[in-house]
Design a protein around this ligand. Structure first.
Ligand code: SAM
Ligand code: SF4
Length: 322
């Protein structure tokens, strides 16, 4: 079992397999082309897998593959299969924008993927295109249908933005509900890479919005989950992730690995350690020692909610995987 320096059990590893993306979501990436980390700096799947095996052997039992856009990485299904076959019963999930999902949903399911989170910010093609800065909706919808068709459990992630998609939150909730998917509204987290002057809806505004049509009640937060859950009268549950109000630090169980091999103890902390040399040398003990050092130094509270409330984070979501 992995325990951090503050006595918290850590069993959840989020792995970003690329920082690159085929979207330019206003809340996540700069619009203009910028210089990506050169491909040769990315860890190979074999190198990432070496570290993942170390983490699993030490007690990690939940892994989420993310990015950037993870489906841009060739042979992702093979990578998922490697992880799935290493340990049965592992909770293995993926977060994607779904643009390329139609083509690979069946392969991902066959590889052992059980759950998938899909970002969907609008049901209107022009609004989806405004958010992603690209015409995306048709392919995203095809991706969602393909995932459901092959039997993946799907959750929808939506970032409510003022004056952009805030008129559609009920429609998005109903869309998710009708397809048997949970929807989670994520408060926009201000960061230096996002479009300037972008304003997100806070948790209470999201609730007021949904309350225009539906009555709902708060239900207990699942342990280690950042989402506060709410239940409609018919039992359908939706979530709100509200980092402006809750810091989730008390029972934080997660660490993050970037595609370049930086092991990040906390999303809102700049400190990180590289596992690159260790894994490229095949040094299992070295990788394990870095994992334990990072855990020992995992901060008790994230800096953002602690002393920089509502400030703008420097860390890019497309690098850390959110
Ligand atoms: N490209 C994939 C996707 O969009 O689902 C995976 C990576 S993306 C960084 C992971 C999640 O982070 C998405 O659900 C996205 O909506 C969320 N996200 C990105 N930037 C955000 C921000 N500034 N505030 C809140 N959520 C954000
Ligand atoms: Fe790409 Fe996901 Fe960021 Fe959108 S949120 S730009 S899809 S990484």
């Amino acid at each position: 079992m992995l325990v951090d320096g503050h006595g918290r059990k850590v069993n959840y590893l989020r792995v970003s397999v690329t920082e690159r993306c085929n979207f330019r979501c206003q809340y996540c990436m700069p619009e203009k082309p910028f210089s990506w980390v050169p491909k040769e700096n990315l860890l190979s799947f074999e190198d990432l897998f070496l570290f993942i095996k170390v983490a699993i052997d030490e007690g990690v039992d939940k892994i989420r593959i993310t990015g950037g856009e993870p489906l841009l990485r060739k042979d992702l299904a093979k990578f998922i299969k490697m992880i799935h076959e290493y340990k049965s019963g592992l909770d293995l999930a993926l977060t994607t924008n779904a643009f390329l999902l139609k083509e690979c949903a069946a392969d991902l399911k066959d590889a052992g993927l059980a759950r998938i989170n899909i970002s969907l910010d609008s049901l209107k093609p022009e609004i989806a295109a405004k958010v992603a800065q690209k015409d995306v909706l048709k392919k995203v919808m095809q991706g969602i249908d393909a995932a459901l068709h092959v039997g993946l459990k799907v959750k929808i992630n939506t970032v409510p933005l003022k004056g952009i998609n805030d008129g559609e939150l009920i429609d998005l909730l109903e869309f998710a509900k009708n397809k048997g998917m949970q929807i989670r509204f994520i408060e926009y987290m201000e960061n230096t890479h996002a479009k300037q002057l972008l304003l997100g809806l806070k948790s209470h505004e999201i609730k007021d919005n949904i309350a225009q049509k539906y009555a709902f009640q708060e239900v207990a937060r699942e342990s280690n989950s950042p989402a506060q859950m709410y239940e409609l009268a018919d039992g359908y549950r939706f979530g709100i992730i509200d980092p402006h109000k809750h810091d989730f630090c008390e029972d934080c169980n997660r660490i993050r690995l970037t595609a370049e091999g930086m092991l990040i103890p906390c999303l809102y902390f700049d400190e990180a350690m590289s596992i690159k040399d260790a894994v490229q040398k095949g040094d299992v003990q070295g990788a394990s020692a870095i994992l334990k050092e990072v855990l020992q130094n995992k901060p008790e509270k994230n800096r953002w909610s602690n002393d920089a409330q509502n400030e703008t984070s420097q860390r890019a979501f497309y690098q850390t995987g959110g």
